[in-house]
Design a protein around this ligand. Structure first.
Ligand SMILES: [Zn+2]
Length: 328
């Protein structure tokens, strides 16, 4: 039986509802990134098509009590979460959150928290992993030799091959020391061609006026997610401090209050460390979100809260299982 057929069978048997009941007192912090009219080609895990996104949120609204992030975290700490508590987060701050995600959130009356990488806001620049995706999507090359990254040659004739090569390269780059990562990213974009930098397409970032317009709606809150989206654990001390301090300052300047909640770029256990937590504490940040996949409970480290990452490769049946805690 295929994974998809099994997932459908488990949903039909009522597993999501059973799994949710077993998670009383726990919080599902769902993590999204961008939303486009349709999913991207080549495939890009963190950008969802609008129809799939709407279907997921309609489901979440029906089966969960969706709370604003800050309230959810306060009630998690206080032990006063309602049953079936969930909250919605969006990382990075691409413009399509205003054009695609916000209208759907508004129509469903759902609150959401957006974590902004503040550096490229309002420019035609975008974050480095997304720049790399653009380079792989738009290159005229039919193959690329990634031996310099320890990965060997990769064909680029089909969209699937381009998606695979991108995912493999970006994973490898995330493991490198920060300066080397910057260097190798530039090298790779250079050999793929400069098409990545002509137009950011689906990765155009919000400007501050657009972010303010979202705030004015009252359904969205804004939070820091560093300036340039480096992998903090791979950065020198000074850069860890600066990325956190500068993004917190930008949020304070623009929203009028010091940020209390942060999200780590990439966010796996190996992507942030005590230096980052220390810098966050110094800024008065109370909660920080990782991408470690789990439900949050009162035992969770407030500066390393787990989330449930939603990717474009997830079918609706598998989404229901994942968001209900039946897959973890
Ligand atoms: Zn991010």
């Amino acid at each position: 039986m295929s994974k998809e057929a099994a997932a459908r069978l488990l949903c039909a048997a009522g597993l999501p509802a059973i799994a949710r009941r077993q998670r009383q007192g726990q919080l599902a912090i769902l993590m999204y990134h961008g939303v486009e009219p349709t999913a991207l080609t080549p495939p890009c895990w963190h950008v969802l098509g609008a129809a799939a996104f709407r279907r997921q949120l309609e489901y979440v609204r029906r089966v969960y009590r969706v709370l604003p992030l800050r309230e959810a975290l306060e009630r998690l700490d206080a032990g006063t979460l309602p049953d079936r508590a969930a909250t919605l987060t969006f990382d990075d701050g691409t413009r399509n959150l205003a054009t695609q995600a916000a209208p759907i959130l508004r129509s469903l009356g759902l609150p959401a928290a957006i974590f902004l990488a503040t550096g490229p806001m309002g420019t035609s620049e975008t974050l480095w992993p997304d720049r790399l995706w653009l380079a792989f999507a738009r290159t005229e090359r039919t193959a690329v030799d990634l031996t310099a990254l320890g990965l060997g040659p990769h064909p680029l004739t089909s969209a699937a091959q381009r998606g695979d090569a991108f995912a493999t390269a970006v994973d490898r780059l995330k493991a490198l020391p920060d300066e080397q990562r910057i260097d190798r990213t530039e090298w790779l974009i250079d050999i793929l061609g400069q098409q990545a930098d002509t137009d950011p397409g689906p990765f155009k970032m919000l400007s501050w006026p657009q972010a303010h317009a979202l705030l004015a709606d009252g359904q969205v809150t804004l939070h820091p997610h560093t300036v340039t989206h480096p992998i903090l654990a791979r950065c020198p001390d000074e850069k860890v401090q600066r990325e956190i301090a500068d993004s917190c300052e930008a949020l304070e300047r623009e929203t009028g209050s010091a940020p209390m909640i942060f999200a780590y770029p990439n966010g796996r256990v190996q992507d942030f460390d005590e230096r980052a937590k220390h810098a966050l504490r110094r800024r008065g940040v109370r909660w920080a979100l990782s991408t470690v996949e789990d439900f949050a409970d009162r035992e969770s480290d407030p500066l390393a809260l787990p989330r449930i990452g939603i990717g474009s490769d997830l079918s609706f049946a598998r989404f229901r299982l994942l968001a209900s805690g039946a897959l973890s």
